[in-house]
Design a protein around this ligand. Structure first.
Ligand SMILES: NC(=O)C1=CN([C@@H]2O[C@H](COP(=O)(O)OP(=O)(O)OC[C@H]3O[C@@H](n4cnc5c(N)ncnc54)[C@H](O)[C@@H]3O)[C@@H](O)[C@H]2O)[C@H](O)CC1
Ligand SMILES: [K+]
Length: 546
């Protein structure tokens, strides 16, 4: 599934209308219809109607077939509601096409028997184009209408509100009547369904203006808008339903949309990942790759252990953990499946810059080098990392403290590598890398990750809610697995282990980063189910759930 910006949506809209010749009003009709369907579905869930209607329809079909009927008259199930008379919806209508969608939805809702009242944010005469056609159709159908500011309206006097004030054409914070209606809708305490995006949301960045609708459901039209996956917008959108309105998905490829929702389908069809993870019957531990991990200090030995164990659980054949000598006594025996490589250490258990020659030697017979978890900082660490960057002939995964080393270096001047680099920063580490604040990182994670990956020629995994994976070629994937309970010490170390393991097994950098992030989140979800509470999980549980 594609994620688009408002600008890309305009182009897709234009292509459909101009190149395919589908009239704009047809798209708007489809939009109105699917919005109405989602409102009916919501009313059904609320009224406890469940699947009764669906079963009834099926039975009627069966009866007709048994009776040998030549034709069958049935209600439009998606727009049928048993308790319609109990529903009264306000439709908040803006001046643009978002308002037009709302007007179309109002007509469909009225047909189900739901009482609807149009609440115009602007005088209806100011609507134009397709929205004006919808205004006239609604008026011809006799739908009651009020104009905000001119007529009295109490938004609490309804069972639900459709927010069709502002969509992808909005610019800046809602003004005037729009702002007042949004504030009134939010404080009404009524369920709110947003058409396309919550009004007041920046469709691209996910920033919420003051005020912004807080929806229970957002019926997103045609393609997911990036802002619905980025916080705080993702929180304001509630449950997001993406519904087709007649714009072919293939157009997104034509106009060069490069951001995808990370689903099994995208992993398989777009990235070419073998989700079944078949292993060859005559494979052996050498077949599945060997990870070299440089991690851990006396104070943070657990980080290395978590990465190493996660790598093994994710399926690679062998893991060698290179670690400071002082750590050895406490680690020996704690993970018998691992191979340990003593690279010496300073008195206090920290890394020695001289360990680099040993690492370079070890890396020659390994398939991946992962550096950083629990590494700490040490003297001449920039030169140490530079040597690994320039001297290793295998993919490199850089995490945690090694990212901070990188942030201090002018690494764009380092020799280019034949093999890929994957960086896995959390927002704080990303801020140091990009030399901006964490708030600036979070403002538009997708654009930032895409820009950084392209500029620096790395595959970037920007962690956090909806982790973003960006490739140097300009593709990006936004993850949906995982939950806030995974914000726990060591979860990132586990991810580094998983990604490194997948690289060792022969996946390319985009596949390993995307599939690794996806699996990590899925394992976190499974661990939360096993524990009965997301907050209770610890990093080790994620490994065991893999
Ligand atoms: N993309 C599609 O294929 C389809 C989209 N549909 C819907 O159309 C909207 C986008 O419509 P557009 O007319 O471009 O813009 P809006 O309705 O979002 O609003 C523009 C309108 O609002 C006024 N305005 C803009 N910013 C503000 C502000 N900050 N405060 C107050 N007023 C503002 C301005 O005057 C403009 O006139 C999309 O989201 C879909 O819902 C189609 O209906 C189906 C096809
Ligand atoms: K809206």
């Amino acid at each position: 599934m594609y994620l688009v910006t408002a600008e890309q949506m305009r182009r897709l809209d234009g292509e459909t209308i101009q190149r395919l010749g589908i009239p704009a009003i047809a798209l708007m009709e489809n939009a109105g219809r699917v919005i109405a369907e989602e409102i009916v579905a919501l009313c059904r869930r609320r009224g406890g109607e469940g699947c009764r209607s669906a079963a009834g329809w099926e039975d009627a079909g069966k009866d007709a077939a048994l009776a040998g009927a030549a034709f069958q008259v049935s209600a439009d199930h998606a727009l049928t509601l048993d308790n319609a008379a109990a529903e009264r919806w306000f439709i908040l209508v803006g001046k643009g096409n978002n308002g037009g969608d709302g007007l179309a939805a109002a007509r469909y809702l009225r047909e189900t028997g739901i009482a609807v009242t149009l609440v115009y944010a602007v005088p209806p005469e100011s609507l134009s184009g397709e929205a004006a056609l919808q205004r006239d159709a609604a008026a011809a159908m006799g739908l009651p209408a009020v104009v905000y500011g001119r007529d009295r309206v109490d938004l609490a006097e309804c069972s639900g509100i459709l927010d069709a004030l502002l969509g992808t054409g909005a610019a800046g914070a809602p003004r005037g009547a729009y702002a007042e209606l949004i504030a009134a809708a939010n404080s009404s305490g009524k369920v709110i369904v947003s058409a396309d995006i919550p009004s007041g949301l920046n469709a691209d960045t996910g920033e919420t203006h003051e005020p912004c609708i807080h929806a229970s459901v957002t019926v997103c039209l045609a393609f997911l808008k990036r802002g619905l996956l980025q916080y705080p917008g993702a929180g304001a959108a509630g449950h997001v339903k993406v519904r087709a309105i007649g714009i072919p998905a293939s157009l997104a490829t034509n106009i060069g949309v490069q951001v995808h929702l990370l689903t099994p389908e995208v992993l398989h069809a777009h990235l070419g990942v073998d989700l079944a993870r078949r292993r060859s019957p005559d494979g052996h531990k050498g077949t599945y790759g060997h990870v070299l991990l440089a991690a851990g200090t006396l104070r943070m030995s657990g980080a290395g252990l978590l990465s190493a164990r996660a790598a093994l659980r994710a399926g690679c054949g062998l893991v060698t953990w290179a670690l400071p000598q002082k750590l050895l006594p406490s680690i020996i025996g704690s993970a018998p499946e691992l191979m340990l490589a003593d690279v010496g250490s300073n008195e206090d258990g920290t890394w020695r810059a001289g360990s680099v020659s040993e690492l370079l030697k070890l890396s020659k017979e390994r398939d991946v080098l992962a550096v950083g978890p629990g590494l700490g900082r040490f003297e001449a660490d920039t030169e140490w990392l530079r040597n690994l960057w320039e001297g290793t002939d295998c993919p490199l995964v850089i995490d945690a403290d090694a990212l901070n080393v990188l942030a201090d270096a002018d690494y764009k001047s380092w020799a280019s590598r034949r093999h890929p680099v994957i960086l896995t920063p959390h927002p704080g580490e990303m801020a140091r890398l990009a030399r901006i604040t964490t708030a600036e990182v979070q403002r538009d994670r997708i654009s930032l990750a895409m820009g950084y990956a392209k500029e620096h020629g790395v595959t970037l995994v920007l962690k956090g809610a909806h982790t973003v994976i960006a490739t140097p070629e300009g593709q990006a994937y936004v993850n949906t697995t995982g939950h806030p309970g995974m914000g726990t010490g060591g979860a990132g170390d586990v991810l580094t282990g998983i990604i490194s393991s997948l690289l060792a097994q022969g996946l390319n950098e985009a596949q390993a980063a995307a599939f690794g992030v996806y699996l990590h989140g899925l394992a976190g979800e499974r661990a939360a189910l096993q524990r009965n509470n997301p907050a209770a999980i610890i990093a080790g549980d994620i490994i065991e759930a893999l």
